[in-house]
Design a protein around this ligand. Structure first.
Ligand code: PLP
Length: 266
Protein backbone atom coordinates (compact mmCIF):
# COMPACT_ATOMS: atom_id res chain seq x y z
CA UNK A 1 0.00 0.00 0.00
CA UNK A 2 1.29 3.41 -0.89
CA UNK A 3 1.55 5.88 1.98
CA UNK A 4 -0.73 8.95 1.73
CA UNK A 5 1.42 12.07 1.51
CA UNK A 6 0.49 15.70 2.15
CA UNK A 7 1.37 17.87 -0.82
CA UNK A 8 2.46 21.50 -0.74
CA UNK A 9 2.07 23.42 -3.99
CA UNK A 10 4.23 26.30 -5.20
CA UNK A 11 2.98 28.56 -7.98
CA UNK A 12 5.87 30.68 -9.14
CA UNK A 13 8.93 31.07 -11.29
CA UNK A 14 11.57 28.61 -12.40
CA UNK A 15 15.02 29.87 -11.46
CA UNK A 16 17.47 27.63 -13.36
CA UNK A 17 20.15 28.13 -10.69
CA UNK A 18 17.97 26.37 -8.11
CA UNK A 19 18.65 29.10 -5.57
CA UNK A 20 15.14 30.63 -5.62
CA UNK A 21 11.71 29.98 -7.07
CA UNK A 22 10.13 26.60 -7.64
CA UNK A 23 13.23 24.44 -7.17
CA UNK A 24 14.09 26.12 -3.87
CA UNK A 25 10.45 25.88 -2.76
CA UNK A 26 10.49 22.14 -3.50
CA UNK A 27 13.56 21.73 -1.26
CA UNK A 28 11.88 23.67 1.55
CA UNK A 29 8.70 21.58 1.25
CA UNK A 30 10.75 18.41 1.64
CA UNK A 31 12.42 19.79 4.78
CA UNK A 32 8.91 20.28 6.18
CA UNK A 33 7.99 16.68 5.27
CA UNK A 34 5.57 17.69 2.50
CA UNK A 35 5.55 16.31 -1.04
CA UNK A 36 6.43 19.15 -3.45
CA UNK A 37 4.12 20.07 -6.32
CA UNK A 38 4.81 23.04 -8.59
CA UNK A 39 2.97 25.11 -11.18
CA UNK A 40 5.22 27.23 -13.40
CA UNK A 41 3.82 30.76 -13.86
CA UNK A 42 7.10 32.15 -15.22
CA UNK A 43 10.42 31.00 -16.54
CA UNK A 44 13.44 33.13 -15.82
CA UNK A 45 16.78 33.63 -17.51
CA UNK A 46 18.71 33.70 -14.28
CA UNK A 47 21.73 32.46 -12.36
CA UNK A 48 23.17 33.36 -8.99
CA UNK A 49 24.88 36.20 -10.90
CA UNK A 50 21.48 37.82 -11.43
CA UNK A 51 18.05 37.90 -13.07
CA UNK A 52 18.31 38.75 -16.79
CA UNK A 53 14.76 38.21 -18.01
CA UNK A 54 11.34 36.96 -16.91
CA UNK A 55 9.27 34.93 -19.37
CA UNK A 56 5.65 34.72 -18.14
CA UNK A 57 3.82 31.49 -18.89
CA UNK A 58 0.55 32.10 -20.80
CA UNK A 59 -2.34 32.54 -18.33
CA UNK A 60 -4.42 29.74 -19.89
CA UNK A 61 -1.52 27.34 -19.36
CA UNK A 62 -1.16 28.40 -15.72
CA UNK A 63 -4.91 27.85 -15.27
CA UNK A 64 -4.70 24.35 -16.79
CA UNK A 65 -1.73 23.36 -14.61
CA UNK A 66 -3.51 24.63 -11.49
CA UNK A 67 -6.73 22.87 -12.36
CA UNK A 68 -4.91 19.58 -12.92
CA UNK A 69 -2.81 19.58 -9.78
CA UNK A 70 -5.48 21.03 -7.48
CA UNK A 71 -8.06 18.47 -8.53
CA UNK A 72 -5.79 15.39 -8.68
CA UNK A 73 -3.15 15.85 -5.97
CA UNK A 74 -3.67 15.95 -2.18
CA UNK A 75 -2.67 19.61 -1.90
CA UNK A 76 -2.91 20.64 1.77
CA UNK A 77 -1.39 24.15 1.50
CA UNK A 78 -0.07 26.32 -1.31
CA UNK A 79 2.04 29.39 -1.90
CA UNK A 80 2.61 31.92 -4.61
CA UNK A 81 5.96 33.42 -5.59
CA UNK A 82 6.98 35.14 -8.83
CA UNK A 83 3.83 35.10 -10.98
CA UNK A 84 5.31 36.94 -13.97
CA UNK A 85 2.26 38.86 -15.21
CA UNK A 86 -0.89 40.57 -14.02
CA UNK A 87 -2.95 38.04 -15.98
CA UNK A 88 -1.27 35.21 -14.05
CA UNK A 89 -2.06 36.88 -10.73
CA UNK A 90 -5.69 37.00 -11.88
CA UNK A 91 -5.66 33.29 -12.71
CA UNK A 92 -4.28 32.45 -9.26
CA UNK A 93 -6.83 34.77 -7.64
CA UNK A 94 -9.64 32.90 -9.39
CA UNK A 95 -8.26 29.57 -8.08
CA UNK A 96 -7.82 31.00 -4.56
CA UNK A 97 -11.43 32.22 -4.51
CA UNK A 98 -12.59 28.78 -5.65
CA UNK A 99 -10.72 27.07 -2.75
CA UNK A 100 -11.11 29.38 0.26
CA UNK A 101 -10.51 26.50 2.70
CA UNK A 102 -7.03 25.74 1.34
CA UNK A 103 -4.35 27.72 3.21
CA UNK A 104 -2.56 30.06 0.81
CA UNK A 105 0.72 31.81 1.60
CA UNK A 106 1.28 34.81 -0.66
CA UNK A 107 4.90 35.85 -1.07
CA UNK A 108 4.42 39.09 -3.02
CA UNK A 109 7.61 38.82 -5.05
CA UNK A 110 8.33 41.79 -7.32
CA UNK A 111 12.10 42.08 -7.73
CA UNK A 112 15.25 39.97 -7.45
CA UNK A 113 18.10 40.93 -5.14
CA UNK A 114 20.38 41.22 -8.15
CA UNK A 115 19.05 42.13 -11.61
CA UNK A 116 21.82 43.84 -13.59
CA UNK A 117 19.54 44.82 -16.51
CA UNK A 118 16.70 45.95 -14.23
CA UNK A 119 14.50 42.90 -14.98
CA UNK A 120 11.47 42.43 -12.71
CA UNK A 121 9.60 39.34 -11.60
CA UNK A 122 6.26 41.21 -11.65
CA UNK A 123 5.36 44.66 -12.95
CA UNK A 124 4.04 47.43 -10.69
CA UNK A 125 0.88 47.43 -12.83
CA UNK A 126 -0.08 44.12 -11.21
CA UNK A 127 -0.18 45.58 -7.68
CA UNK A 128 -3.97 46.08 -7.58
CA UNK A 129 -4.73 42.47 -8.42
CA UNK A 130 -1.89 41.34 -6.12
CA UNK A 131 -3.67 43.20 -3.28
CA UNK A 132 -6.83 41.27 -4.15
CA UNK A 133 -4.81 38.04 -3.93
CA UNK A 134 -3.41 39.13 -0.56
CA UNK A 135 -7.02 39.47 0.63
CA UNK A 136 -7.50 35.69 0.10
CA UNK A 137 -4.30 34.66 1.91
CA UNK A 138 -3.94 32.73 5.14
CA UNK A 139 -0.63 34.56 5.40
CA UNK A 140 1.19 37.20 3.36
CA UNK A 141 4.97 37.39 3.76
CA UNK A 142 6.39 40.61 2.28
CA UNK A 143 9.82 42.02 2.97
CA UNK A 144 10.02 45.74 3.77
CA UNK A 145 10.10 46.84 0.12
CA UNK A 146 7.24 44.55 -0.91
CA UNK A 147 5.12 45.73 2.04
CA UNK A 148 5.89 49.32 0.96
CA UNK A 149 4.85 48.60 -2.63
CA UNK A 150 1.60 46.89 -1.57
CA UNK A 151 0.67 49.73 0.77
CA UNK A 152 2.04 52.63 -1.29
CA UNK A 153 4.17 54.05 1.54
CA UNK A 154 7.65 53.46 2.93
CA UNK A 155 8.02 50.64 5.46
CA UNK A 156 11.39 50.85 7.23
CA UNK A 157 11.08 51.34 11.00
CA UNK A 158 9.76 48.71 13.45
CA UNK A 159 6.68 50.90 14.04
CA UNK A 160 6.07 51.12 10.25
CA UNK A 161 6.52 47.34 10.08
CA UNK A 162 3.83 46.84 12.73
CA UNK A 163 1.47 49.25 11.00
CA UNK A 164 2.13 47.56 7.65
CA UNK A 165 1.35 44.11 9.05
CA UNK A 166 -1.90 45.44 10.54
CA UNK A 167 -2.80 47.19 7.27
CA UNK A 168 -2.24 43.97 5.27
CA UNK A 169 -4.60 42.16 7.63
CA UNK A 170 -7.11 45.00 7.12
CA UNK A 171 -6.84 44.32 3.38
CA UNK A 172 -8.26 40.87 4.13
CA UNK A 173 -5.27 38.56 4.75
CA UNK A 174 -5.86 36.34 7.78
CA UNK A 175 -2.28 37.05 8.92
CA UNK A 176 0.75 39.04 7.80
CA UNK A 177 4.45 38.51 8.46
CA UNK A 178 6.47 41.59 7.52
CA UNK A 179 10.09 40.45 7.28
CA UNK A 180 12.84 42.79 8.36
CA UNK A 181 15.77 40.93 6.82
CA UNK A 182 16.41 43.74 4.34
CA UNK A 183 16.42 46.40 7.08
CA UNK A 184 19.22 47.75 9.23
CA UNK A 185 20.32 47.43 12.84
CA UNK A 186 21.86 44.70 14.98
CA UNK A 187 18.61 42.72 15.14
CA UNK A 188 16.34 41.34 12.44
CA UNK A 189 12.72 41.98 13.41
CA UNK A 190 9.91 40.05 11.78
CA UNK A 191 6.45 41.28 12.73
CA UNK A 192 3.57 38.78 12.69
CA UNK A 193 -0.01 39.96 12.96
CA UNK A 194 -2.73 37.34 13.29
CA UNK A 195 -6.19 38.71 13.96
CA UNK A 196 -5.63 41.47 16.49
CA UNK A 197 -2.43 39.98 17.91
CA UNK A 198 1.01 41.38 17.15
CA UNK A 199 4.08 39.20 17.73
CA UNK A 200 7.56 40.59 17.21
CA UNK A 201 10.08 37.87 16.41
CA UNK A 202 13.69 38.90 16.93
CA UNK A 203 16.97 37.41 15.82
CA UNK A 204 20.55 38.60 15.45
CA UNK A 205 21.49 40.16 12.11
CA UNK A 206 24.35 37.92 11.00
CA UNK A 207 27.28 39.52 9.19
CA UNK A 208 26.54 37.65 5.94
CA UNK A 209 27.27 38.47 2.33
CA UNK A 210 24.24 39.08 0.09
CA UNK A 211 22.67 35.75 -0.83
CA UNK A 212 20.04 34.47 -3.22
CA UNK A 213 16.65 32.97 -2.35
CA UNK A 214 16.24 34.15 1.23
CA UNK A 215 12.71 35.46 0.78
CA UNK A 216 11.31 32.37 -0.94
CA UNK A 217 12.73 30.06 1.71
CA UNK A 218 10.80 31.29 4.73
CA UNK A 219 7.42 31.33 3.01
CA UNK A 220 8.07 27.91 1.45
CA UNK A 221 9.12 26.36 4.77
CA UNK A 222 5.97 27.72 6.34
CA UNK A 223 3.77 26.46 3.48
CA UNK A 224 5.31 23.00 3.88
CA UNK A 225 4.64 23.18 7.62
CA UNK A 226 1.01 24.19 7.05
CA UNK A 227 0.61 21.27 4.63
CA UNK A 228 1.83 18.81 7.27
CA UNK A 229 0.23 20.40 10.38
CA UNK A 230 -3.45 20.77 9.62
CA UNK A 231 -5.05 22.97 12.27
CA UNK A 232 -1.65 23.91 13.77
CA UNK A 233 -1.05 27.41 15.09
CA UNK A 234 0.40 29.78 12.54
CA UNK A 235 2.74 31.27 15.12
CA UNK A 236 4.23 27.83 15.84
CA UNK A 237 4.76 27.36 12.11
CA UNK A 238 6.42 30.74 11.73
CA UNK A 239 8.76 29.99 14.64
CA UNK A 240 9.68 26.61 13.14
CA UNK A 241 10.26 28.14 9.70
CA UNK A 242 12.44 30.92 11.15
CA UNK A 243 14.59 28.34 12.95
CA UNK A 244 15.11 26.26 9.77
CA UNK A 245 15.81 29.48 7.86
CA UNK A 246 18.38 30.53 10.46
CA UNK A 247 20.08 27.14 10.11
CA UNK A 248 20.14 27.64 6.34
CA UNK A 249 21.89 30.97 6.85
CA UNK A 250 24.67 29.19 8.73
CA UNK A 251 25.12 26.85 5.73
CA UNK A 252 25.36 29.21 2.76
CA UNK A 253 26.56 27.40 -0.36
CA UNK A 254 28.71 28.53 -3.27
CA UNK A 255 27.35 27.08 -6.53
CA UNK A 256 29.52 29.08 -8.92
CA UNK A 257 29.57 32.70 -10.07
CA UNK A 258 27.43 35.19 -8.18
CA UNK A 259 25.65 35.12 -4.86
CA UNK A 260 25.67 32.32 -2.32
CA UNK A 261 22.56 30.16 -1.90
CA UNK A 262 20.72 29.03 1.21
CA UNK A 263 20.95 25.34 2.05
CA UNK A 264 17.99 24.24 4.11
CA UNK A 265 18.90 20.54 4.16
CA UNK A 266 21.86 19.44 6.27
N1 PLP B 1 13.64 34.24 -9.02
C1 PLP B 1 12.51 33.66 -8.69
C2 PLP B 1 11.88 32.73 -9.65
C3 PLP B 1 11.92 33.94 -7.44
O1 PLP B 1 10.77 33.37 -7.08
C4 PLP B 1 12.57 34.84 -6.55
C5 PLP B 1 12.02 35.14 -5.23
O2 PLP B 1 10.97 34.72 -4.83
C6 PLP B 1 13.75 35.44 -6.96
C7 PLP B 1 14.26 35.11 -8.18
C8 PLP B 1 14.43 36.45 -6.12
O3 PLP B 1 15.34 35.90 -5.27
P1 PLP B 1 16.45 36.78 -4.60
O4 PLP B 1 15.93 38.18 -4.50
O5 PLP B 1 16.63 36.19 -3.27
O6 PLP B 1 17.64 36.71 -5.43
Amino acid sequence: MAQALSCALAVGGLDPSGGAGLLADAGAFRVAGAWPCAVAAALTVQSTAGLRRTIPVAPGDVRDQLQEVLTQQRVCAWKTGALGSEANVEVVLEAARARPELPLVVDPVLLATRAPGGARLLDEGALDVLRALVATAALVTPNLDEAGALLGRPVRTPEEQREAARALVSLGARAALVKGGHGEGAEVLDVLVTGGEVTVLRGPRLPLPAFHGGGCALSALLTGWLATHEGGSLEAGVRWARERHQEGLSRLGDVGEGLAVLRLDA
